[in-house]
Ligand binder design. Structure first.
Ligand code: AMP
Ligand code: MG
Length: 320
């Protein structure tokens, strides 16, 4: 299959409306979308990514008010979160409406829904004839794509079209909150922090991610390895190891300079946690392109978006 690269949201939406799969930029990461009214196209997403069939997709809507077409039984807490955080980097899990086919939700009765704030994403979604189911546009298990070039590298020849935009502003996937139970639960950290969520809905809790196979995890995707580059990830406290196993095939990323900076092939010191989040996955991909063996990653403070960075680093370190 030939993968068309375009900067026209209307042209890209044309491929999706014809039953194709299309990668598009959002403020979090690039998504790989299919119309939810094209279940066969939704299946193609799983094939292109090598995504496990039991890992549901997030449905993207162009306007907050479209939520009622894809969800039902939306409670007061969810309504408040929608009012405060839509459009933006927050996904809500709600009971699905009849419009959402089982291919999107991996058979679940619930659906993750997001309304992106990125202007190009909104424009693209506006040209699509139905809501768009989309996971991150990367090969399953690998770092999410935060640029159109990363999408092309992973998925060229496997998808119909890439809508070319700027690199993603945030660089990490959306925060996910499950609003289907008595108490809303944070399932995945992201740019919308628990403190921000609780300032609107104080009772939001933090889900315990079950490692017990008898209990289905709250968010099926969380049990799979994620975000891993080919290089090994070593997590470090401030400044890293005094004597890294280092040679010219190690890299460093963090908020400070490493102790033995000369020992690294690449040193990337980020000015802020926001910058760290924005470039992390791209840095992993650069390191792989250069054949780096080990990436030393400094853990940022456990607050704000630092929490989401720590989550992704920990999962990346757990390997594929
Ligand atoms: P990705 O867009 O690649 O980050 O993948 C979507 C994430 O949303 C995965 O971690 C899914 O498990 C999660 N997700 C999607 N739908 C649901 C749902 N109905 N319930 C819980 N988690 C969901
Ligand atoms: Mg993903």
């Amino acid at each position: 299959m030939q993968t068309i690269v375009t900067d026209s949201p209307e042209e890209a939406a044309g491929y999706l409306n014809a039953g194709g799969i299309v990668a598009f930029p959002t403020e979090t990461v690039y998504g790989l979308g299919a119309g939810i009214c094209h279940p066969e196209a939704v299946k193609k997403i799983f094939r292109a990514k090598g995504r496990p069939a039991d890992n549901p997709l997030i449905v993207h809507i162009p306007k907050p008010e479209d939520i009622d077409t894809v969800a039902r039984e939306i409670g007061e807490a969810a309504r408040k979160l929608i009012r405060h955080f839509f459009p933006g980097p927050l996904t809500l899990v709600l009971k699905k409406s009849g419009m959402v086919p089982p291919e999107v939700t991996a058979g679940l009765d619930t659906v993750g829904i997001r309304c992106p704030s990125s202007i190009i994403a909104k424009s693209f979604l506006g040209f699509c004839h139905c809501p768009v189911a989309a996971p991150s546009a990367n090969i399953s298990g690998r770092p999410s794509s935060t640029s159109w070039k990363a999408v092309l590298y992973d998925l060229e020849g496997k998808i119909d079209c890439i809508l070319k935009g700027d690199p993603s502003d945030i660089g990490l996937e959306s925060t996910i909150v499950d609003c289907t139970g008595a108490q809303p639960l944070l399932l995945r950290t992201g740019a919308v922090t628990i403190e921000e969520l609780q300032s609107v809905v104080p009772e939001i809790g933090t889900a315990v991610i079950s490692s017990n196979d008898d209990e289905p995890p709250k968010s099926p995707g969380l049990k799979y390895p994620h975000y891993a580059p080919v290089a090994r990830i070593r997590l470090c406290a401030t400044g890293g190891p005094v004597a890294p196993e280092a040679d010219t095939s190690s890299a460093w990323i963090g908020l400070t300079q490493p102790h033995a900076s000369a020992a690294f092939a690449i040193v990337r010191q980020c000015g802020t946690t926001g910058e760290y989040a924005r470039i992390l996955f791209d840095f992993f991909r650069q390191c792989d392109a250069l054949g780096i063996d080990t990436i030393y990653c400094e853990l940022p403070p456990d607050e704000g978006i630092g929490r989401a960075i720590r989550d992704r680093l920990t999962r990346a370190a757990a390997g594929r």
